[in-house]
Ligand binder design. Structure first.
Ligand SMILES: NC(=O)c1ccc[n+]([C@@H]2O[C@H](COP(=O)([O-])OP(=O)(O)OC[C@H]3O[C@@H](n4cnc5c(N)ncnc54)[C@H](O)[C@@H]3O)[C@@H](O)[C@H]2O)c1
Ligand SMILES: [Zn+2]
Length: 354
């Protein structure tokens, strides 16, 4: 069992993180004894597979099951959950346990932060993405007015329990989704990159991925500890994401993780055109992204797609696009490109790739 304590330098809430076999069934119950009532929040898919185990392990006094899927990450689900918590008579000293992927974690974390101005929240991430990324760092949110994560707060979970027992039932697609963020962490951390590169022929192997979860949590936690509210270094976690979000908006058929891998390939190539970088390393990173993506993928002309990048929150000047690009092992830079340049170069890169 690996453990760590996330203590933000800003003195925000602290979070204990448990990663490994036994995190859920052995560690979580120790924390739950401190609460008179334990309320479980999960989604329909997780409940169908793990419902009995969850009830047995948590001794839940109340349960709310949301419909699975990003389209339900809404104020309706949030308020239905808050209603169920009120009906269960939860008090300030009680707790909410969010068992699920990033959607459950984000909505559950927000409900726990709002209910009575904040009750204890325990996160039990059940997807690879949630284990290596979304359950760590205290960002919570719902989608609102058509904008992803528009309404939310920073609120650290009291503890996170990342247990490999949940990962065996993930579809290959969901595995790849987590892999996108794992390779992104590798692009920001040299030691992690070397481990990933050594495994590049078996990147989607679940046992390999399980062995990498704690390193990823440690890396994300170290970034969050330095910059909890994302005013500086936490922004580096947007690496590859300008182009990833642009592709994601244009092509609904690709998952977020697949788009992150594609975004990193494009932005590594943009870095090669615009700034001093380590070409050998960037070619290795591109090979790693391609290995993680698996088979062939095709992208349509970037004429439409590039326009989506103009909506990115990082952009500071009208008419330019900012990307967080990899440059050297463990190093990134912010590139601000006039829109026409971004459009022409990404279209050229696309033609070479597809
Ligand atoms: N808070 C953050 O810092 C942060 C960071 C990254 C992403 N996110 C958010 O995370 C969400 C994406 O997370 P996700 O990819 O986990 O999506 P998700 O929660 O929708 O889960 C993906 C699918 O897997 C199913 N599932 C969950 N656990 C399972 C298991 N063990 N076995 C089988 N199926 C299982 C879910 O029911 C769902 O259908 C997005 O809403 C994104 O905005 C948040
Ligand atoms: Zn992402």
């Amino acid at each position: 069992m690996n453990t760590l304590r996330l203590v933000p330098e800003s003195r925000g809430g602290q979070s204990e993180i448990f990663c490994g076999e036994g995190a859920f069934q052995e560690q979580l119950p120790r924390f739950l004894r401190a609460h008179a009532k334990r309320f479980v929040f999960t989604d329909s898919n997780v409940s169908a597979i793990y419902g009995d185990l969850i009830k047995r392990t948590t001794g839940a006094d109340g349960l709310f099951v949301m419909e699975a899927g990003e389209e339900h990450k809404t104020e309706r689900t949030l308020f239905a959950l808050l209603s169920a918590m009120a009906e269960a008579g939860l008090h300030r000293t009680d707790c909410l346990i969010a068992v699920g992927g990033g959607v459950v974690g984000d909505v559950g974390g927000l409900a726990a932060a709002l209910y009575m101005r904040g009750i204890a929240c325990y996160q039990v991430p059940t997807t690879l993405l949630a284990q290596v990324d979304s359950s760590v760092g205290g960002k919570t949110a719902i989608d609102f007015h058509g904008v992803k994560n528009l309404v939310g707060v920073f609120s650290q979970a009291k503890a996170v329990f990342a247990d490999p027992l949940f990962l065996d039932t993930l579809s290959p697609r969901e595995v790849r989704c987590g892999l996108g963020e794992i390779v992104k962490h590798g692009a920001l951390n040299g030691a992690l990159f070397d481990r990933l590169f050594a495994h590049q022929n078996g990147l989607t192997d679940l046992e390999t991925l399980k062995s990498l979860v704690f390193d990823n949590i440690q890396f994300k936690a170290s970034v969050v500890a330095q910059d909890e509210k994302e005013s500086g270094v936490r922004k580096s976690l947007n690496l590859g994401h300008t182009t990833a979000h642009a592709v994601e908006l244009a092509l609904k058929t690709l998952s977020h993780g697949e788009c992150v891998l594609i975004g990193m390939i494009f932005e590594a190539k943009l870095a090669l055109l615009h700034t001093e970088c380590d070409e050998g390393y960037l070619n290795e990173l591109i090979a790693l992204c391609k290995a993680a993506l698996g088979g062939a993928w095709k992208l349509p002309s970037f004429e439409e797609t590039a326009r989506n990048a103009l909506l990115d929150k990082k952009n500071t000047e009208a008419g330019s696009v900012v990307v967080t690009a990899p440059v050297k092992k463990g190093k990134y830079c912010l590139l601000s490109l006039p829109f026409e340049t971004y459009l022409n170069e990404t279209e050229q890169i696309r033609r070479e790739l597809c």
